[in-house]
Design a protein around this ligand. Structure first.
Ligand SMILES: Nc1ncnc2c1ncn2[C@@H]1O[C@H](COP(=O)(O)OP(=O)(O)OP(=O)(O)O)[C@@H](O)[C@H]1O
Ligand SMILES: [Mg+2]
Length: 467
């Protein structure tokens, strides 16, 4: 380095110059990165020698080719080789190409990202120009705050969806799963929940969705709420790596807003497709499947993601997470549904049979549970809901009996009441994205029961919402 210095400058500028050089090389961004060479290339991954001692699992590396620099994630480390899953498949990788270490993948969320749609890498995809990075670059594979330092979850809020606000009301910082088969109405319900007024920020991660649905979701249902929303999209045709990263980037953005003191709503549609992406990446790296084709890493990644949501440490905000889970072939016991149910603070079950009857949103009030409902209900509401559930149960269990003509009015007062009131309750619970959010679901229910007319819906005020 000394030879580079001009010889005829006075001592102090020379020292200043040296100090500058030292500072420059001390900055990790300028220091020489560890690198290696590509050894073997397969369909979903490639291997690199010479880096095993310098990289950690989950870190990113950059592959340099004639076409530019491409990122990939380290998915397996062996004594002499590392396995890398490229972010974009199909990039031209050659034997002996140079690969260098990049470290953890980071995003730098910013206030100005609200109203924008980005991809898993934090690049805008809405055609509205570049976005500016925020002051802090956060690793997308972060850890959750320590449990004993986290605030307690005890403030209820209204979602505006009557079937949830009455039977399974939610609290800020709660984690809720929506379980349903394909095409039953998960995405539609999530888009209605994204309009809840209780939140300062909304972060939505659409994973493995059809490209067509993304614009519908954003333009038709979010409406004016888009101004406080960041949408992170990885559509079904994108690489498994990008699909795997979308919810991680989204939760990182949510953490940024939470740490500023905001109450954030995080929506992930769907966690099953996130799990599929992890499965694709892991099997490409040679991880053996343990349950229905899913490798073990799926069952460690899911709790890691969900544990990062919830209340923040004292003095910060909360992340309320609402995620959808596709139950394969309407089997509610598939491994992903099973393992997420245990981590969540509640689950909403949607039945195909209700959707077929036209009872949208097709939420089954008896099978859905919010574990924090008691903190959101008043004591009177709790008693009322217990009574409503009993009536609905009575109505449903006698359905077949009534069909074959086995019902006599007057023989059982409870059943008479159920037959009179349950159809009205069902009508009150009907709501579509075109209807206005309900300001007070219990008041709507009371109106319905008093007038005998359960149709309490009013058209949405927002002209951009579906007519
Ligand atoms: N609340 C609702 N009101 C009226 N119609 C609804 C409602 N919810 C769902 N639907 C109808 O059901 C269809 C499927 O809904 P949606 O796309 O939300 O299902 P999904 O469970 O997300 O499907 P997938 O598993 O394919 O992602 C919608 O196109 C719509 O016609
Ligand atoms: Mg959907």
């Amino acid at each position: 380095m000394l030879e580079e210095l001009p010889v005829n400058v006075p001592a102090s500028p020379m020292l200043a110059h040296m100090a500058g050089l030292v500072a420059r090389y001390a900055d990790p961004a300028f220091s020489v990165a560890h690198g290696g060479h590509v050894q073997a290339i397969a369909a979903g991954h490639y291997t690199v020698s010479g880096m095993s001692r310098h990289v950690r699992l989950g870190e990113f590396v950059a592959h340099r080719s004639a076409h530019g620099i491409h990122l990939g994630e380290v998915v397996r480390v062996e004594p002499d080789l590392i396995y890398v899953c490229p972010i974009e498949p199909g990039e031209p990788i050659g034997i002996h190409d140079v690969v260098i270490r990049k470290g953890a993948f980071r995003v730098a969320p910013d206030e100005s990202w609200c109203g924008r749609t980005i991809n898993s890498l934090g690049d805008p995809i809405d055609g509205l120009g570049p976005i500016s990075p925020g002051p802090i670059r956060r690793p997308i594979s972060n850890t959750a705050p320590p449990s004993m330092t986290r605030q307690r979850v005890e403030t209820g809020f209204k979602t505006g969806v009557r079937a949830i606000d009455i039977f399974s009301p939610l609290c800020l910082g709660q984690r809720l799963g929506i379980f349903a088969g394909s095409g039953v109405g998960k995405s539609t319900l999530l888009s209605m929940l994204a309009r809840a007024d209780a939140f300062d920020r909304v972060v939505i991660s659409l994973v493995g969705e059809r490209g067509r649905e993304v614009r519908e979701f954003i333009e038709d249902t979010l409406g004016d709420n888009m101004s406080k929303t960041v949408v992170v999209v990885a559509t079904s045709d994108e690489s498994p790596m990008l699909r795997k990263m979308a919810p991680l980037s989204a939760v990182t953005i949510a953490e940024h807003f939470r740490d500023q003191g905001d109450n954030v709503l995080l929506i992930v549609d769907s966690v099953t497709r996130f799990a599929h992406a992890i499965r694709e990446v892991a099997t490409a790296a040679g991880e053996p499947p343990i349950a229905r084709g899913y490798p073990a890493s799926v069952f460690t990644e899911l709790p890691k993601l969900l544990e990062r949501t919830g209340p923040g440490v004292e003095g910060t905000g909360t992340i309320t997470a609402i995620i959808s889970i596709l139950v394969d072939g309407d089997n509610h016991n598939d491994p992903i549904a099973d393992s997420t149910r245990g981590i969540l603070d509640g689950h909403i079950v949607m039945d195909r049979s209700l959707a077929e009857e036209g009872r949208y949103p097709p939420i089954n009030p008896l099978a859905s549970i919010s574990r924090l409902a008691r903190k959101a209900w008043t004591p009177d509401q709790e008693k009322l809901v217990a009574r409503l559930k009993a009536l609905i149960h009575r109505f449903e269990e006698t359905r077949d009996l009534r069909l074959i003509g086995g019902y006599r009015p007057g023989a059982d007062a409870d059943l008479d009441m159920a037959i009179k009131q349950v159809p009205i309750i069902y009508d009150v619970l009907k709501q579509s994205p075109a209807d206005r959010s309900s300001a007070d679901a219990f008041a709507d229910l009371a109106t319905g029961l008093r007038t005998g007319n359960g149709n309490v819906n009013q058209p949405a005020i927002n002209p951009r919402q579906k007519a």
